[in-house]
Design a protein around this ligand. Sequence first.
Ligand code: SF4
Length: 336
Amino acid sequence: MPGHTADQLCQWIYQKGVIDPDGMTNISSRNRQRLPELLQLGEARIHRNQDSNDGTRKLLLEWPPRRSGAGSLELLHDVQQTECVMIPSGQRRTACVSSQVGCPVGCRFCASGLEGLDGNLTTARIVEQVWRLQQLPGLDRITNIVFMGMGEPLANYAAVTSAIRTINADWAFNISARRITVSTVGLPTAIRKLVDFEIPVTLALSLHAPNDQLRREIIPWAEYATIEELLDACDEYFRKTGREVTLEYILLGGVNDQPEHARELANLAGRLRSNINLIRYNEVESLPYRRPESADVHQFQSILLKGGVNTHIRASRGRDIAAACGQLRQEASTED
Ligand code: SF4
């Protein structure tokens, strides 16, 4: 297929949102007929589409079984379901996408890891989440992408970085590197690999505790790397890319939200060029954690600010449809 046809195809798919070859009227009918043999466009079925009363939109996408390998080694994978979320805020339209089905990390407070990992998403399935959110009626173009949905993005490194190339490309979504955030629970080797990735995305480290002991209680994978090792890797990321690292800290009522935790956190944050996002815990049924008291949240922030740490309290969005941070999950398809 000639190069200009590929350009036309990208315009139809990414700018005009058209994936039906019959609608691509400036492509020759011969090439349109060949398209279904060459490409699979728009594989997902929208299993559920929910709107929050704060404007947040959530999609539960379902993909058909996929074949991989060849000959006697060919595997048939299960149906995959993932959630993705669109969060409008002022001029921003942020798409929160998943990188895996379920999550292998199993943070004690999070719904996504409750049933462990059910597989990686391919590059196409990550990109399709962005495309599906872009097609929701009544919304302007997506301006920001956060890899904060289901999964640990750096544990699916190849597919995530490949998807970022498409998200960033001017022939596709054309979203700049600084508006793409990869949020990780912290894999020092993968963070160092990301330093050499040609697109200097924003890195967010999900710290969630100010010391290793408490961190290991709430994040099982914390036993593989100390906070010290993680901050060293983040510091290298900042020095080599010039991108300030964001430290994410989910406030769990009575667990990690007390003044002594804030003072410890201020000391850690002073070690590298970073800012802190405080996130109030969003309740998940069956988990024992509670949302922090407002007074504790503001006291926590003021200790950090007094310690010279740039700190924001992130608004919880989409709580009424379980679209907020830590609430995404795959759901059984039997209920509809
Ligand atoms: S918080 Fe993130 S890393 Fe932890 S279980 Fe949930 S999705 Fe996985």
